[in-house]
Ligand binder design. Structure first.
Ligand code: G6D
Length: 348
């Protein structure tokens, strides 16, 4: 078990970017203090060959200029907020509009673009990084002075992410990580032939702006991953909800409340790699990279193609304050925000 820190360039604003490498006998993980980006995860295939299984870019400038949240911490809000507006205690807050009339992933200068305070941490069975960030009242329109902390820990074959945040006044928070997984190793293939399992009987249908509109049964739809299923047939389906998001998945799934273990599983039968996702959150947004052809070259020079990675954005129900206000949680100094997600890597 070891941890090392290297300089990874300088942002346009002149801030130093650090890269923390966490390593043990199972995995090697690179984490940046810029956006809390998970830049690389080296995991073994069925023959023990170590390869990278998350999409990444070559330089800090690439991340600043053309990253669709590769590996980043997303906040203060994950997903879209309709009309870029929330109301808390009868006060309406106008948020930054960065997706048409809506707010996406916390706004323009969101958490994924910030340099976080960072320090390495070590325990008996883990190495990790603790990141923290202050976000002032009304940043991107959101109320409350926030202090957010995200702790990444490498524990055996698991990478755990613990999020905590406090606010000095009533506010809304919904944080996640936006890693794009591709278990083929070094992006040899897109994820169409990987297999997905979800502990979800329901998904949330979306409109043309990808805003949630209707909680829907997965039964008899291309959204039924209760049993392990290859992704390709869903991508190719002519179901209106597949077509509406540019032929793929870009939907919130409601995690079964009574699930007894995993929330999601991704498997690649060719490399033998398996990813299990565990979370305490009520939902996971699955995004299958339907616009990834806009990105350009990946770190290894390969062109990023449609479906090159798949995201497991464990989170609250997106747009909950406007779409399902009865389920919305408000955070303040006596009710801090917390969430925990674990990515577990093994072979089939
Ligand atoms: C697209 O609709 C998708 C989002 O879900 C995703 O997070 C983003 O690209 C990166 O806008």
């Amino acid at each position: 078990m070891e941890i090392s820190v290297t300089n990874w360039g300088i942002t346009k604003k002149g801030e130093e970017v650090k890269c923390y490498t966490l390593k043990n006998e199972f995995l090697e993980v690179d984490i940046l203090n810029y956006g809390g980006v998970i830049k690389k995860i080296l995991s073994p295939d069925k023959n023990g060959k170590l390869e990278n299984i998350v999409l990444n870019l070559e330089t800090i400038r690439d991340y600043e200029e053309r990253s669709p949240y590769f590996g980043a911490i997303v906040g203060r809000n994950a997903g879209r907020i309709g009309n870029a507006s929330i109301t808390i205690n009868n006060v309406k807050y106008d948020l930054a509009k960065n997706s048409g009339e809506n707010n996406i992933h916390g706004g323009i200068d969101n958490f994924s673009h910030k340099i976080w305070d960072s320090k390495e941490i070590k325990g008996e069975n883990f190495v990790g990084v603790e990141l923290s960030l202050k976000s002032p009242h009304l940043e991107e329109g959101f109320p409350g002075n926030i202090i957010a902390t995200v702790v990444y820990k490498l524990i055996n074959n698991e990478l755990s992410i613990e999020y905590n945040a406090t606010s000095d006044m009533d506010t809304y928070l919904n944080l996640t990580n936006h890693s794009y997984f591709n278990l083929s190793g070094d992006f040899k293939r897109d994820v169409s032939d990987e297999y997905l399992t979800l502990a979800c009987k329901k998904f949330i249908a979306v409109d043309e702006a990808t805003l949630p509109v209707k909680v829907t049964d997965v039964k008899d739809t291309p959204f039924d991953f209760q049993e392990s299923r290859e992704l390709a047939p869903s991508f190719k389906s002519d179901h209106e909800q597949i077509v509406i998001v540019n032929h793929g998945l870009d939907h919130p799934f409601v995690l079964d409340e009574n699930r007894d273990s995993y929330s999601a599983i991704l498997e690649d039968k060719i490399s033998g790699r398996k990813l299990e996702v565990y979370t305490d959150q009520p939902a996971v947004v699955i995004y299958s990279g339907n616009y990834l052809y806009e990105v350009g070259k990946l770190s290894n020079g390969l062109e990023c193609l449609k479906y090159m990675g798949i995201c497991f954005e464990t989170q609250d129900y997106p747009n909950v304050l406007n779409f399902m206000p009865e389920k919305a949680k408000i955070y303040n100094s006596s009710k801090p925000y917390s969430q925990k997600t674990i990515f577990k890597f093994s072979t089939i």
